[in-house]
Design a protein around this ligand. Structure first.
Ligand SMILES: Nc1ncnc2c1ncn2[C@@H]1O[C@H](COP(=O)(O)OP(=O)(O)O)[C@@H](O)[C@H]1O
Ligand SMILES: [Mg+2]
Length: 295
């Protein structure tokens, strides 16, 4: 179980870090094994920052992140390594996770070096083949290739194969579908479904509400770094209560509507708020439904 409790993140910005930008404000949620939780919201709402904090790529300014009850923030090298055995991330741009001068499958080999140094070559090769097959990659066509010889979808699936080699418990998936072509999209979505069946918890970060609706049991809607509405996906999307959520859902293109009928974008409707203040509290409005106070 991954838990975020009252998590805040502020970045120093401007010359000499003279100003602060609060990217995440008082965010709390849990992800149970075998559960997909979507974090949605427009660009700049703090989604990636949450993923980075979970992956310990950004420090937590205030609050706690726990994995099975143990605080995971601010720990030493050994604990970090043990943590990455259990929690891994895949990002929007898979190319950034590969070093162009090495063969792509080096990301798999480094798992052996760091975590399974005593596993024999034969056994390891078998493990690699199994994990590649699990993400529907043909070992023969991806092993020994350089990153530029593979597609974005192949590189992304190799990163998921890497996570499988580690037999992780939580996957942070940040906009991983957005850059894929339509045919690969459905493969990766189905793959996530299978991982979920295996008991993996997934933090699914997306600006695409239809993807969130398709893949997750629960959803967190973010705006200006804070949670505006959260709960069971069907409940929240079926009966959004916060004006921001309503606008966001209304701006999803629908098949029966012409593009020209689309309402104004949320950015136009909602100017940037004051990010430094405490966000309004969440009120329970249904069995699995919470909404931030709003005018
Ligand atoms: N390293 C950073 N330094 C300063 N500001 C940052 C940094 N990373 C993100 N931000 C700011 O934090 C806010 C949230 O960004 P981000 O988490 O990337 O949002 P999202 O993923 O929802 O688009 C944005 O205003 C962004 O400009
Ligand atoms: Mg982002």
């Amino acid at each position: 179980m991954l838990e975020l409790e009252h998590v805040w993140k502020s970045y120093r910005i401007g010359a000499l870090g003279s100003k602060r930008l609060t990217a995440v404000r008082d965010v709390s949620f849990q992800i149970a094994p075998g559960e997909v939780l979507s974090v949605v919201g427009e660009s700049g709402s703090g989604k990636t920052t949450i993923g980075k904090m979970v992956l310990q790529l950004a420090s937590v300014t205030r609050g706690t992140i726990r994995l099975d009850g143990a605080d995971v923030t601010a720990r030493g090298h050994r604990e970090r390594k043990a943590y990455y055995r259990r929690v891994q991330g895949v990002f929007q741009d898979p190319f950034s996770s590969y070093n162009p001068i090495f063969k792509a499958d080096r990301v798999l080999e480094t798992v052996r070096e760091s975590y399974f140094p005593r596993t024999g070559r034969g056994e390891w090769n078998e493990k690699v083949e199994n994990s590649l097959q699990a993400v529907r990659l043909d070992p023969g066509s991806v092993l020994g290739k350089y990153p530029h010889q593979l597609s974005g979808g192949q590189l992304q699936r190799m990163l998921i194969a890497r996570a499988l080699l580690l037999d992780i418990e939580v996957l942070v998936a940040d906009e991983i579908i957005s850059m894929l072509d339509a045919s690969t999209r459905i493969d990766v979505l189905n793959l996530l479904g299978e991982l979920k069946e295996r008991g993996l918890g997934v933090l699914f970060i997306t600006h695409d509400l239809s993807l969130a609706n398709y893949i997750s049991e629960r959803v967190v809607i973010m705006r200006h770094g804070a949670v505006v509405e959260t709960g069971a996906t069907g409940t929240v999307f079926g009966d959004p209560r916060h004006p921001y959520s309503r606008n966001l859902l209304a701006s999803v293109p629908q098949l029966h509507r012409k593009w020209s009928d689309d309402p104004a974008t949320p950015q136009e409707l909602e100017p940037d708020g004051d990010r430094s203040v405490d966000p309004p509290p969440l009120t329970r409005v249904g069995e699995q439904h919470w909404v931030a106070a709003h005018p």
